[in-house]
Design a protein around this ligand. Structure first.
Ligand SMILES: NC(=O)c1ccc[n+]([C@@H]2O[C@H](COP(=O)([O-])OP(=O)(O)OC[C@H]3O[C@@H](n4cnc5c(N)ncnc54)[C@H](OP(=O)(O)O)[C@@H]3O)[C@@H](O)[C@H]2O)c1
Length: 287
């Protein structure tokens, strides 16, 4: 059994599959993508994280949402148990020939993309729709009014915000009220700048979803930050990635992790992190 937690109204797994690597640059074949999602679901994962913008710059849009739909439609398990979260507010572009993540937080764009997300996922209403990232060109409140319209129209059942500060969480609460159920921020041993929002969401009863919980795969990272996790992993005879995820989950019952994977083996290993009990002494050494 994969550790289960309440994410707003959904009883789902605290460890979800971050689907982004399955369709951005250097993604595996569609067959391996579907195999990876099926492996996660077969192992008990009930939480998939995708986004409108998870496609390769210059290629077909929304390929990750379409992959998630295809995987769910071809899966023999209980589809209604799976919470699918997606995000709007980003699109892919190029800067100096390099693929980039551009933002568009205009309410009309968010509304259009939200409707396209529901269509690509093949649902009447999206379980959880995040506003992906604040757009410096658009007043944050205005963007959130777009998300509220999608809730009011029934395109999404519940909302979240991502890459948000405490101030933005408060603005979102004011506009979305109880329909705001989650904050998805970067959090890992190499990135703890969002600790204030992790602590703040605990007091509000909001889920805190750690993105790139293993430090990500797109940029080189300071590997020494993982050394204490490697030491603890040796004592438990597990991967250090499991220790990282278990350490994050121990930060509070409102914490979720969405490790990414390009293949079944890595997500299958990550899903075991919920069974790993770290002692108070071990947690203290990990910080
Ligand atoms: N809201 C946002 O703005 C935002 C931004 C970035 C990401 N996200 C979400 O967060 C998810 C996770 O982030 P991420 O994919 O960037 O990075 P991540 O989860 O920190 O790291 C993924 C990498 O870790 C490896 N890995 C995963 N589990 C492992 C295990 N048990 N043992 C060994 N290696 C393991 C994977 O290996 P393999 O490649 O070998 O499978 C992959 O290369 C994304 O998929 C996406 O859904 C959200």
């Amino acid at each position: 059994m994969v550790l289960s937690r309440a994410l707003g109204p959904y009883e789902t797994t605290a460890i979800g599959l971050g689907c982004m690597p399955l369709s951005i640059e250097n993604h595996p074949s569609e067959a391996v993508g579907i195999e990876t999602i099926h492996a996660a679901l077969d192992a008990g994962c009930r939480h998939l994280d995708t986004a409108w913008a998870y496609y390769e710059s210059g290629h077909e849009e929304q390929t990750n949402e379409k992959l998630v739909r295809k995987a769910l439609e071809s899966w023999n398990g209980p589809r209604d148990e799976v919470t699918v979260a997606t995000k709007v507010g980003h699109y892919r572009n190029f800067t100096d020939g390099e693929p980039t993540w551009a933002v568009d937080g205009r309410p009309e764009s968010l509304i259009r993309h939200g409707k396209e997300s529901a269509k690509a996922l093949g649902v009447d209403a999206i379980d959880l729709l995040y506003f992906h990232r604040p757009d410096p060109q658009v007043d944050y409140k205005e963007s959130l009014e777009g998300i509220k319209d999608l809730l009011d129209e029934g395109v999404a059942k519940k909302a979240g915000i991502s890459n948000a500060s405490i101030e933005q969480i408060d603005i979102a609460r004011g506009i979305l009220g109880d329909d705001l159920v989650a904050v998805q921020n970067q959090y890992s041993p190499i990135f703890k700048d969002t600790q204030d929002t992790l602590d703040y969401t605990a007091g509000l009863g909001l889920a805190f979803v750690c993105w790139s919980p293993l430090g990500g795969f797109r940029k080189a990272k300071d590997e020494t930050k993982f050394d204490p996790f490697r030491t603890v992993a040796q004592a438990h005879d597990v991967s250090y990635q499991q220790v990282v995820l278990a350490w994050e989950l121990a930060k509070g019952d409102h914490v979720f992790v969405i490790p990414g994977a390009h293949r079944p083996a890595t997500i299958l290993d990550s899903l075991k992190a919920g069974d790993l009990d770290l002692s108070p002494e071990e947690l203290a050494t990990l910080g």
